[in-house]
Design a protein around this ligand. Structure first.
Ligand code: GLY
Length: 385
């Protein structure tokens, strides 16, 4: 067993774990910070669209998630600037805003229902007719009947951000170990480290579990708290002579299915995402690709001529109430800090999560706006088996 009096181990090097490790090292919240992941930067963070969109991703019944997302979005400009400053790299924050659009009558009724909820929750997004949406975003096709314009719902380039976070973490002194973690180990009711796949125990008094959908397997107290929710994405690129890609992020409902197109530099778009509860089945399916292409093409007809560059699948970390699990978990050993369960909103909620991790590792309470995500609620929450 390797000892270190004041070591923090962060398990999971996706966007949340890498951020946690960077914050811990930057703020000198431990003598040593070790980030462990068999494939750093892979998984859901690699596949994500990078929407920072609490309004256009809002859903009736999920007010707490909307408020968490809004609190995190307010932190995003400063978070992005801090990562860029610490890494010397761009994170690709896009400020063009998001349009939510619909193509048929049933989807329009759903949109009306969502707008009613948003109004009841103090938000009043701008309603647009089909013609008005096309005037804002000429890449939209004639099938679009109505929409919402949300200039404050942003997006970030997931892969640029991951690279910048890795660099910031390295410059702050984070040690990265590319190995699997078998479990969190404890002694006398407190964390004593993590057991690596090799059997080596890496000693630590504090362990941040940020392994997304894989977190539940790391300690019995986490069992059932998070599950994989599969999502497939495609990456496409405009070719010379193609119609230009949208400038706005486009979030659409097509025959009840949600689809989005998030612009990237170089005429690229991330198209996402399917959603299935099929365990850790990582195959990209023919039906998933067909639906994504057909639904996106209804909304953005120009993509038919684009190059198809990539298809990928990964697993959102889903929780019973769709809120993240942050902090000390009832029944878990002292020193285990949960930092998982960000569901569809990993990138959006990362800015707030950074502050939560900073406060908790410093021994202070989490920020008030993050309380809905506190793991304390699990004492009364019914979890799925
Ligand atoms: N944030 C969108 C998704 O999870 O697909």
């Amino acid at each position: 067993m390797s000892h270190r009096a004041d070591r923090v181990v962060v398990v999971g090097a996706g966007v949340v774990g890498t951020t946690a490790a960077w914050v811990a090292a930057r703020d000198r919240l431990a003598e040593e910070v070790v980030l462990v992941d068999p494939e750093p930067g892979s998984g859901a963070s690699w596949v994500a669209g990078g929407m920072l969109a609490p309004i256009t991703e809002a859903w009736p019944g999920e007010r707490a998630l909307l408020e968490l997302g809004a609190a995190s979005l307010a932190r995003w400009p400063a978070f992005a600037a801090a990562v860029e400053d610490a890494s010397g790299r761009s994170v690709g924050l896009r400020r063009a805003g998001t349009l939510a659009v619909v193509v048929d009558a049933a989807d329009r009724e759903d949109l009306d229902r969502i707008v009613e909820h948003l109004r009841a929750w103090g938000r009043d997004p701008e309603r647009l007719t089909g013609r008005e949406t096309r005037r804002r975003e000429p890449a939209l096709g004639p099938a679009v009947r109505a929409g919402l314009a949300v200039p404050d719902d942003l997006a970030v380039d997931n892969r640029l951000l991951l690279a910048a976070l890795r660099e910031a973490a390295a410059r702050a002194g984070v040690v990265v170990r590319s190995e699997p973690v078998a479990r969190v180990v404890e002694s006398g009711g407190a964390v004593s480290g993590v057991e690596l796949g090799s059997g080596e125990v890496l000693g630590a008094r504090r362990v941040v579990v940020a392994a997304g959908a894989w977190s539940a397997a790391l300690h019995p107290a986490l069992d059932g708290l998070v599950r994989p929710v599969k999502g497939e994405i495609l990456r496409v690129r405009a070719r010379p002579g193609s119609l230009p890609p949208p400038t706005w992020t486009v979030r659409a409902a097509v025959a009840g299915r949600a689809v989005y197109a998030v612009p990237r530099d170089g005429g690229r778009l991330v198209l996402g995402a399917t959603q299935y509860e099929v365990g850790f089945d990582a195959d990209v399916t023919v039906g998933g690709v067909r639906d994504l292409l057909a639904d996106t093409e209804r909304v953005l007809p120009g993509i038919a001529d684009y190059a198809l560059e990539e298809s990928a699948a990964s697993f959102r970390p889903g929780t019973a109430d769709n809120l993240p699990v942050l902090g000390a978990v009832p029944g878990a050993p002292e020193g285990l800090l949960a930092c998982f369960g960000h569901g569809r909103n990993g990138f959006l909620l990362t800015a707030l999560t950074a502050d939560v991790v900073g406060e908790l590792l410093a021994g202070r309470p989490m920020p008030d706006e993050s309380r809905a995500a506190s793991a304390h609620r699990l004492a009364t929450l019914e979890v799925s088996p």
